[in-house]
Design a protein around this ligand. Structure first.
Ligand code: GTP
Ligand code: MG
Length: 284
């Protein structure tokens, strides 16, 4: 896959905005994609949020391998970071997220209580694009307060959402980091839809993804696209998807462009397989 150039100018602006608002923040809630917890972790956040109480939520866990999510949670626990798997589109996310936030905020809340003040806990919800930050906020609020969408870059600026008099959440735009070292992790982000599709060749991307799924989830891949076989060579995979779905152009040529969008959409919606692309032991 060609090198991915992925740092649009507005992300530097977002970084400054986060920094400027940090003073009033009690807890940082970092949302990762449970399917790629390593790739979706912004390495800049360690410096940016130094000294702040932090929790990690592995969102979209309904699309990930549940055993892998458990392994990631214990991996974070070993590093002293409270983490939990959630699905912002599902019912249990609110209780889990608020429970972790309250635990992380407790020392500050108790200190204020000792002075006779009922503190309002203010949280910043951060993460790379498209991981479900705004969806989670809506779920906790119990209503649609923040705009959501199945593409990166939906949230454009900060937005405070008041949950109770004692809990406020700040939605933020998805943020990547300027320098991309690892092309394999970058490709994972592209599969998840955290990088704008327009800057990539969707046919290359879908062919890479199909080859990966052939090794991680071969049976489900074949179930979804009947003309794919265990030993279909990588350069033939998109053609096989076309044949499975009857994607033909006028003149009978295979419509691989259409197949590539279908594969990416179906993977992102969890229709091909529940799969985690990275394991904590090995990183990738
Ligand atoms: N299956 C599944 N889909 C989810 C989950 N959480 C969010 N989504 C979907 O993921 C897409 C992105 O959600 P958003 O909440 O807009 O993501 P965001 O992190 O706010 O994205 P930006 O504002 O672009 O940074 C939407 O299509 C959501 O419906 C989840 O837990 N499971
Ligand atoms: Mg958003």
């Amino acid at each position: 896959m060609p090198a991915i150039n992925w740092y649009p100018g507005h992300m530097a602006k977002t970084r400054r905005m986060l920094q400027e608002n940090l003073k009033m923040i009690d807890v940082i809630v970092e949302i990762l994609d449970a399917r790629a917890p390593k790739a979706s972790r912004n390495p800049d956040f360690d410096d940016l949020f130094i000294g702040k109480a932090r929790v990690v939520l592995l969102n979209k866990s309904d699309l990930a391998d549940s055993n892998a999510t458990k392994r990631w949670i214990s991996y974070y626990a070993k590093q002293g970071i409270e983490a939990a798997g959630v699905s912002a589109t599902g019912g249990a996310a609110k209780k889990i997220a608020v429970g972790l936030i309250e635990k992380a905020a407790k020392p500050r809340v108790d200190a204020m209580k000792a002075k006779g003040v009922n503190k309002t806990v203010r949280c910043m919800i951060v993460g790379i694009p498209n991981v479900g930050k705004s969806t989670l906020i809506n779920r906790i609020a119990g209503q649609n307060r923040a705009e959501v969408g199945d593409r990166p870059g939906v949230t454009r600026g900060k937005q405070w959402v008041k949950i109770t008099p004692y809990l406020e959440l700040m939605d933020t735009p998805g943020m990547l980091w300027p320098k991309l070292e690892d092309q394999e992790l970058a490709s994972h982000l592209a599969y998840l839809g955290s990088i704008k599709d327009e800057i990539m060749d969707s046919e290359d991307l879908a062919a890479d993804l199909l080859a990966l799924l052939q090794t991680t989830s071969g049976n489900q891949l074949i179930e979804r696209y009947s003309k794919v076989a265990v030993d279909t060579p990588k350069e033939e995979l998109l053609n096989a998807v076309c044949r499975s779905r009857g994607f033909l152009l006028r003149g009978g040529e295979l419509d691989t462009e259409r197949a590539s969008h279908v594969v990416l959409d179906e993977f992102r919606a969890g229709k091909i397989a529940r799969v985690t692309l990275e394991q904590p032991e090995t990183g990738v």
